[in-house]
Design a protein around this ligand. Structure first.
Ligand code: NZQ
Ligand code: ZN
Length: 395
């Protein structure tokens, strides 16, 4: 286990309807002028917008709506202008990861005189400037952004989608599982796959003997595998939504990643797909993950994949390679049964025209050739994209 320092100051308010009697008091801690950020309208449809506005009756509210999935830098630019022009005190982000991620960047951009895309390209710039506090109400279980330092912003002009780390996690996050009742099957599946991928990225790692972290991750994986199909079948099953919501937060609030010795692999490979084709992040991960697993499986990695098979899928048998292969097939089957496409043509990516450029960018952004769990050259990443074109290799 590597040395680590762990700090996470996000205050979590978990449970049903707590916003209706706690939000105003929480917001009052940070000031009067609120930038309310949200997405394409789901919060109006669900009635959440009205509930929030009721709590904000005594505040000056400035709104930034229309933050799109795979949030674009233009939304951050618009938010920066609103935050500066109105000298806001605090951001209230209501939505999924895209809304919260854009809000994190706006929180920095208020105190930056230039174009916020600079902050995405060079996150160190954010470390020396002030930040607006963020309160959020998360409505989709997936990214863990409600309790972490990351945000991922896209620039369609340059075909870039880049993750970066800021100085703060949200000040306060409201996690109300009932708010996820209205999440579509597609986004429920995608979010659940995203949670699993966050766990895989931290589980398949080169630092050995992290039994504490591995056990926590295996437990969250078992919960997601169990509850995601239930949430699909019964969208308003509280226990299913609650386990997925807390599972998402726990999978990426830092606890499960401490002591690690790797960089993430499948995420940068997926971020290229989203950058070029604007596909849903979790669906892209679901296509790539089993192919990546197959590609990196070897005599050397088989014991870890077998550990995953035994502890997460309850597989038995002494032959690590056999158990590992079955675990990968089980992973593929679980994703397929969630009802999302399992190949790139299934999400409209019909040819390999960008594979070389995407592979090179994925390797460069995270130094996959030097630091990944299994080191990958651009040619290896192209093979993973190619394997994702068909169902070959899976039953
Ligand atoms: O925009 P609205 O109308 O709100 O609709 C959204 C959006 O269309 C809808 N939705 C959200 N909550 C809903 C709902 N619909 C009905 N009922 C609800 N309660 O779902 C759609 C997708 O929303 P989005 O915020 O894009 O989804 P998600 O939370 O999966 O976030 C994905 C983004 O986060 C990034 C991804 O790359 C992607 O850009 N990530 C952020 C991470 C982080 N900050 O730590 C880590 C992740 O690995 C990930 O990369
Ligand atoms: Zn993710």
């Amino acid at each position: 286990m590597q040395d680590f320092t762990f700090v996470n100051k996000t205050e979590v308010h978990f449970g049903q309807n707590r916003i209706d009697h706690e939000l105003a008091d929480v917001m009052a801690r940070y000031g009067k002028r609120v930038l309310l950020t949200y997405g394409g309208g789901s919060i109006k449809k669900s009635g959440l917008y009205d509930r929030v506005m009721k709590q904000l009756a005594d505040f000056d509210v400035i709104e930034l709506d229309g933050i799109a999935p795979n949030p674009k830098i233009d939304s951050v630019r618009a938010g920066q202008k609103l935050a500066v022009d109105n000298d806001v005190d605090v951001i209230l982000a209501v939505g999924g990861g895209s809304v919260i991620d854009a809000s994190k960047m706006i929180a920095s951009a208020k105190f930056y005189a230039g174009d916020p895309w600079d902050l995405v390209l060079k996150p160190s710039l954010r470390m020396d400037i002030d930040q607006l506090p963020i309160v959020d109400i998360v409505t989709l279980s997936a990214t863990g952004t409600e309790m972490n330092y990351g945000s991922v912003i896209s620039n369609p002009e340059t075909n870039q989608k880049l993750g970066s780390k800021g100085p703060n996690s949200p000040a306060v996050s409201f996690l109300d599982p009932t708010l996820a009742y209205s999440v579509s099957k597609w986004q429920t599946a995608a979010g659940s796959i995203d949670i699993m991928s966050h766990l895989f990225e931290q589980y398949f790692d080169n630092a050995a003997n992290k039994d504490v972290q591995d056990g926590v991750k295996e437990g969250i994986m078992r919960a997601v595998i169990k509850w995601a199909p239930i949430a699909l079948a019964e969208p308003d099953n509280y226990d299913a939504r609650a386990n997925l919501m807390w599972g998402a937060t726990m999978a990426l609030n830092g606890i499960t990643g401490v002591g690690n010795e790797n960089v993430w692999t499948v995420h940068p490979i997926e971020h290229e797909l989203s950058a070029y084709y604007d596909i849903t992040h979790g669906v892209g991960l679901g296509i790539l993950t089993p192919r990546w697993m197959n590609y990196v499986l070897s005599a050397e990695t088989a014991p870890k994949f077998a550990q995953y098979g035994r502890n997460v899928w309850h597989l038995t048998g002494d032959d690590d390679m056999e158990v590992a292969k079955t675990a990968i097939q089980k992973t593929y089957d679980w994703i397929k049964d969630l009802g999302v496409p399992t190949t790139l043509p299934g999400v409209g990516i019909e040819n390999d025209e960008h594979f070389d450029a995407m592979a090179q960018a994925a390797v460069d952004v995270n130094k996959l050739d030097q630091k990944a769990y299994v080191k990958l050259q651009p040619a290896d990443v192209v093979k993973i994209y190619e394997a994702s074109m068909t169902t070959d290799g899976f039953e």
